[in-house]
Design a protein around this ligand. Structure first.
Ligand code: SF4
Length: 372
């Protein structure tokens, strides 16, 4: 049986952050009940189609999955467990949480209801910057719910942080890194701010993006301090304690099939990419025809092997490429690989191709080489 990662999209937020272009919206509380009814129907239908798969991870993302009540979330998770195949007592089951939308009681309910990993969107511990980017929580609230999560028996906690935020200095980043190390979570995702078109931040003429040199100094500081504290830097933006790499995210980088459930959720099944409707009213009517289906060609799959696989700092294996495509990577990308190696952007040793430090800093340039 093939492995399957399940992503469940909960598109609701208390309010929109100024940098956010995710498919999510506020003020939709009155639709929660209907949304979860339709979601559970979709779960049953998709499980029927995907009965030859074994579930390897489940991830509730958003939006703010912890905005609706634990009862809705646990019911949806139970629908997955009842309808899909998999050993749910062993696999990673994550829920993203906004600190402002959970308390001790809700965290205990979620843990007892089967979620065994929680991913907090903290972003920074500076209240001034949190306010500036439109986050609804404070650092104090985050620290409090982090302890509540530990007390509720969450033994696998991720914290999302961001750098290159508005008005953020290198000292601010250093202070955030010091705090996160004190908290000692199992996993840390640390992303640089990307300015998405038409967001309030992108349209704010007073916003001055962080310059490239400062951006890299911030990144280098994060990497060196977290490594020093014992974290494994296993993906460009992800760090973990040994054995706590995100199984779900690794599925994306390894090209495992995944099904997206819920409004607008994206899927990759049998080399076909598609997504659910992005019209909320249509989703609530139970419309779940595949939208924007793209059947990946051999060349698309070869590109993805590199530009997803190279995100992992362990790199990609030349023999895996040969096994998968019955051609060597030199046959397909010989010129590109030679150029990238000459420019010190990748290394090739013992059949493993990896990004160099420079390659990490210029990863977008590296990845472009694999797209024809
Ligand atoms: S909480 Fe997350 S999904 Fe919601 S608006 Fe903020 S960044 Fe976007």
């Amino acid at each position: 049986m093939k492995n399957l990662a399940i992503y469940v999209h909960i598109p609701f937020c208390l309010s929109k952050c100024v940098y956010c272009d995710f498919l999510s919206f506020s003020n939709k509380e009155s639709y929660f009940k209907q949304y979860f009814l339709i979601l559970e129907e979709e779960i049953k239908k998709k499980a029927e189609i995907l009965k030859d798969y074994n579930v390897s991870s489940v991830y509730f993302g958003g939006g703010t999955p912890t905005l609706p009540s634990a009862e809705f979330l646990i019911s949806a998770l139970n629908a997955i467990k009842c309808n899909f195949k998999g050993d749910f007592s062993l696999i990673e089951i994550t829920i993203e949480a906004n600190p402002e939308t959970v308390n001790r009681e809700k965290l205990s309910e979620l843990r007892n209801g089967g979620f065994n990993r929680i991913s907090f969107g903290a972003q920074t511990f500076s209240n001034k910057i949190l306010k500036k980017i439109g986050r609804i929580h404070t650092a104090e609230k985050f620290f409090s719910v982090f302890n509540d999560a530990r007390d509720s028996d969450f033994k696998n906690i991720n914290i999302d942080l961001m750098f290159a935020l508005p008005d953020q200095t290198i000292d601010n980043v250093a202070a955030d890194v010091t705090e996160i190390i004190k908290l000692n979570p199992e996993h840390i995702s640390y992303y640089g701010l990307t300015l998405a078109e038409n967001t309030p931040l992108a349209l704010d003429s007073s916003f001055i993006p962080t310059d490239d040199v400062t951006d890299r100094l911030m990144y280098d500081l994060i990497v060196s301090e977290l490594k020093e504290a014992g974290y494994i830097h296993y993906e460009i933006s992800n760090f973990s304690k040994t054995g706590f790499e995100s199984k779900h995210n690794c599925s994306y980088w390894n090209g495992t099939d995944y099904i997206g459930l819920g409004f607008g959720a994206h899927s990759l099944i049998c080399d076909e990419r598609f997504h659910n409707t992005e019209i909320f009213a249509e989703y609530l009517k139970g419309h779940n025809k595949k939208e924007n289906c793209i059947l990946l060609s051999e060349s698309d799959k070869q590109s993805e092997f590199f530009f997803l696989g190279l995100r992992k700092l362990s790199g990609v294996s030349e023999s895996d490429f040969l096994k998968k495509f019955k051609k060597s990577c030199d046959e397909i990308y010989g010129i590109q690989l030679q150029k990238l190696e000459k420019d010190n952007l990748i290394t090739r040793e013992n059949g493993i191709i990896k990004l160099t430090k420079l390659g990490i800093d210029l990863s977008n340039i590296v990845f472009r080489e694999f797209i024809f």
